[in-house]
Design a protein around this ligand. Structure first.
Ligand SMILES: *[C@@H]1O[C@H](CO)[C@@H](O)[C@H](O)[C@H]1NC(C)=O
Ligand SMILES: *[C@@H]1O[C@H](CO)[C@@H](O)[C@H](O)[C@H]1NC(C)=O
Ligand SMILES: *[C@@H]1O[C@H](CO)[C@@H](O)[C@H](O)[C@H]1NC(C)=O
Length: 400
């Protein structure tokens, strides 16, 4: 399997490197030009990121908690649920049980909560329908592919025509103001990572992301106006670098080569919610290095997720920033669940930890500072709050 992916990767790189430049733009691309390009993009993004950063994160956190308290009631939900649609947390309550979700997809743009609450993705843009699961052209992506949609310069709400497995040949570099919305189809994005670098306002919703592998890089288009040489990608599930207003919701993620979600380089205003993580070692990494004090501006909410079977550590592992880890269900972990160093502020509230059988592994939280806060929903509600974590099976015309 991995040798097949690698084989295609080499072929694709050779072909695209030899391809003529697109007619719309002509660039003089060298590796050093691209260093300049990406450092300019990072400098521009840092302005946007600064604007998205909140100076009093406790207020934002309390707002999240107050809404969760107000809108959650205790109901017992044991076993597999087959009843009518039930939205069990404030994010889901915003859209899930409406039967018009497929004709009013952009309603989701009002539903983000936590630090990523301002994320509207491709709202106000048109729908773009992915009809072609292939990913062969890195520099001039084919119309109808996912890659063609994500590099467009305008806001787009990206949906899928049918069930499909999108096998990425190289990292998928997503531009600003996009929603990837898998509702209504069984969509798997595999083979390489999704990269959000120096962008703002991206929603990833309702897809399965797994078996992302490292790739050697090559010429890849990152936006309508630019393509250039990319060095190796690590094989994360989603890699977020110097970006803001990112919302990852109802995503099922497992078995990628590196982290499932990495958030680095001062990225901020991020929510990871309602997602289901399984079969992985390094799950969520927020801040990659002790040498990046700019990560003090990271503000991330991790809420209503289910950390399930086959996980080992980093759920999340945090450096420097402010992290609200609230009402998540931790049913399996081998080493530790929440960890941090370099003075992160990690507010862990109302999470449920079901300790693994291995007595050496019952360290569920590594050291963190405690602040005053109002409580989120008590941990006993967590089974309910996270009951529907992961990609949902939504049918057109019916509530999800
Ligand atoms: C690339 O840029 C360099 C420096 O600006 C220039 O000397 C060279 O001719 C350019 N090459 C192409 C193919 O445009
Ligand atoms: C994204 O949308 C916002 C709001 O419409 C706009 O100000 C911004 O320029 C857009 N970003 C890009 C990179 O197009
Ligand atoms: C993850 O995928 C790789 C490659 O397909 C496979 O070899 C490995 O066993 C998988 N790991 C788990 C934990 O499922």
């Amino acid at each position: 399997m991995s040798s097949t992916i690698l084989f295609f990767c080499i072929v694709a790189t050779a072909v695209t490197a030899a391809a003529p430049p697109p007619t719309t733009t002509s660039f003089n691309v060298t590796a050093s030009d691209d260093d300049t390009y990406w450092s300019e993009r990072a400098a521009e993004a840092s302005e946007t990121n600064r604007a998205a950063y909140v100076s009093v994160p406790i207020t934002a956190m309390n707002r999240f908690n107050a809404e969760t308290l107000r809108t959650t009631s205790r109901r017992s939900l044991r076993g597999r649920y087959r009843g009518p649609c039930m939205a069990t947390n404030p994010i889901d309550r915003c859209w899930r049980c409406r039967s018009d979700w497929s004709t009013d997809r952009q309603r989701l743009a009002q539903c983000a909560r936590g630090f990523g609450h301002g994320t509207t993705g491709g709202a106000a843009g048109k729908d773009y329908v992915v009809t072609d699961a292939s990913d062969d052209e890195m520099v001039i992506p084919k119309k109808g592919t996912l890659r063609y949609g994500v590099i467009q310069g305008r806001p787009l709400w990206i949906v899928f025509a049918r069930d499909m497995i999108v096998r990425l040949t190289q990292e998928l570099i997503v531009s600003a103001n996009k929603t990837i919305d898998g509702r209504g189809a069984n969509v798997h994005i595999v083979g390489a990572q999704i990269t959000l670098q120096s962008v703002s306002n991206v929603i990833v919703h309702g897809v399965h992301i797994h078996h992302s592998a490292p790739h050697s890089g090559g010429m890849i288009r990152d936006s309508k106006k630019h393509y250039g040489f990319r060095t190796r990608s690590d094989g994360d599930g989603i890699s977020v670098l110097s970006s803001s207003n990112i919302w990852i919701d109802h995503v099922s993620m497992y078995n990628c080569s590196d982290g499932l979600i990495d958030v680095v380089s001062g990225s901020t205003a991020i929510t990871v919610s309602n997602s289901h993580f399984t079969k992985h070692d390094h799950v969520l990494l927020f801040g990659a290095s002790n040498d990046n004090p700019q990560d003090a501006s990271m503000q991330v909410t991790v809420a209503f997720n289910h950390f399930g079977k086959g996980l080992v550590q980093r759920m999340p592992r945090c450096r420097y920033g402010f992290f609200h880890v609230v009402n998540n269900d931790y049913t399996h972990w081998q080493m530790y669940a929440i960890g941090g160093n370099k003075n992160p502020t990690i507010i862990s509230q109302g999470n449920r930890f079901i300790a693994p059988d291995d007595p050496n592994a019952k360290e569920n939280e590594r050291k963190y500072d405690q602040l005053d806060f109002i409580p989120a929903r008590h941990g006993s509600y967590v089974g309910q709050l996270t009951k529907f974590a992961g990609a949902l099976k939504c049918r057109v015309g019916q509530p999800c």
